[in-house]
Design a binder for this molecule. Structure first.
Ligand code: NAD
Length: 422
């Protein structure tokens, strides 16, 4: 049985980040005590009939951190290392992320401890439907709206939407975002996180006087976020010198052909990985982080940049696509080295922003064009970037603390207005 330990390195990191922001804001101490913990945490068992006829029981989680600003919102992760502490940390970051972007949504996260690469399509469907059934009473368009995260995609969202709808007796598209356009999804959601990060990188580059034409970037993770970041950065003239995924990485100081790599991952590889892609030289995941480049984009797992390797980073700009890729020790080292950081809750907010647009469109049954989606996404992210930059200058703090301070302050202000129901 999977561990149900509440504390975990990710959760300790998220709570500590919050404490630092709370201290700097002189946050009301009762509010601060409340925000350290989630509103609700579910642990569920999902028995699944495997292809060989046996039954395997998976452990799933849904943690709802705070819904002061609106319904809970956050992705669902399928990964072997998913645990209660990690999901709780991710849920807390969602609360600050939604508040920072100015969305009327709270923060949640879910996950199942499993390795989707080892499961057949039928097994993933069975797992998704049973996990959904177990959390059914705690989600809904007005309550908690899941979305994709690592290891889940639009097909998984379609199964969640269908399972929920079958139980309700009618179609409820607004219960999840990141679903296919054919069943109420939005155009632009699949690309939103990566595209949004590139919008923020463009603003950061202006601030740093970094000419993106001819600049270099390395991207760790080549899934939904990493592959789109690599492609959109290449489209604005950045040379992508390295990319990687769980099978390893590719490196070419002259620049990699991103379209061909995407082609390999989506069509040429049986398990949707970089494995067997004969371009550039091989590079390890840890090695990639320390390559010479202007922009480093972690877009896979958390805690990749730590006290042990932060000193070796050679980038000018660290643009966080992944959630929680940088530990507190590493933050201190990066500050001393003068690396400019686009923190996760700012940089990867494009996903939840376009999820919000999808939810709004579902509730109104009225759909927007991709140009409208991209324009509104860019407006929100550009405004957020300058709000964080202004806060960082005014308070003389780094970009991460500035972003957290804005998010935490907005949630706290709303909590004080609503008061305590006891
Ligand atoms: P994904 O499942 O589409 O892709 C994950 C990628 O990471 C894959 O290429 C995988 O091979 C790689 N990977 C897995 N383990 C690795 C390892 N040990 N070393 C190197 N690479 C590894 O997931 P995604 O949706 O692209 O999410 C990536 C990150 O971005 C996660 O931290 C997620 O929380 C964050 N994020 C995603 C979204 C979204 O909209 N999908 C939004 C915000 C943040």
């Amino acid at each position: 049985m999977a561990t149900v330990e509440w504390r975990s390195p990710a959760n300790e990191m998220a709570v500590r980040q919050f404490e630092i922001a709370a201290e700097k804001l002189h946050l009301d101490k009762n509010v601060a005590a409340r925000l350290q913990r989630p509103d609700r945490a579910l642990i569920v068992s999902a028995p699944v009939r495997m292809d060989d006829g046996s039954v395997r029981v998976f452990t799933g989680y849904r943690v709802q951190h705070n819904d002061t600003l609106g319904p809970f919102k956050g992705g669902i992760r399928y990964h072997p290392e998913v645990n209660l502490g990690e999901v709780s940390a991710l849920a807390m970051w969602m609360t600050w992320k939604c508040a920072l972007a100015g969305l009327p949504l709270g923060g949640a996260k879910g996950g199942v401890s499993c390795d989707p690469a080892e499961l057949s399509r039928a097994e993933v469907q069975g797992l998704t439907r049973r996990y959904t059934a177990e959390i059914l009473n705690f989600i809904g368009p007005d309550v908690d709206i899941p979305a994709p995260d690592m290891g889940t995609d639009e097909q998984v969202m379609a199964w969640i939407m269908d399972t929920y709808s079958q139980h309700k007796g009618h179609a409820v598209p607004g219960v999840v975002t990141g679903k296919p356009v054919a069943i109420g999804g939005t155009v632009g959601r699949r690309e939103a996180t990566g595209r949004g990060l590139v919008y923020v990188i463009v603003e950061a580059a202006k601030h740093l006087n970094l000419d993106l034409r001819g600049a270099t970037a390395a991207v760790q993770g080549f899934g939904n976020v990493g592959s789109v970041v690599a492609k959109e950065l290449a489209d604005v003239g950045v040379k992508i010198v390295a990319v990687s995924d769980r099978t390893g990485g590719l490196y070419d100081p002259k620049g990699l052909p991103i379209e061909r790599i995407i082609e390999h991952v989506t069509r040429g590889s049986k398990n949707l990985t970089l494995e067997g892609c004969a371009l550039g030289q091989k590079v390890g995941n840890a090695e990639l982080l320390e390559l010479k480049c202007d922009i480093l984009v972690p877009a896979a797992l958390g805690m990749q940049i730590t006290g042990a390797n932060a000193g070796n980073l050679k980038c000018r700009l660290l643009a966080e696509g992944a959630n929680g890729p940088t530990t507190l020790d590493a933050d201190r080292i990066l500050r001393e080295k003068g690396v400019f950081v686009i923190p996760d809750i700012l940089g990867n907010a494009g996903g939840v922003i376009v999820s919000y647009f999808e939810w709004v469109q579902d509730l109104q049954n009225f759909f927007w064009t991709e140009d409208e989606i991209n324009k509104r996404l860019k407006d929100i992210l550009t405004r957020s970037f300058y709000e964080v930059l202004d806060m960082s200058r005014k308070e003389k703090v780094d970009m991460r603390l500035a972003a957290l301070m804005i998010g935490v302050e907005r949630v706290s202000r709303a909590m004080l207005w609503r008061g305590l129901y006891a």
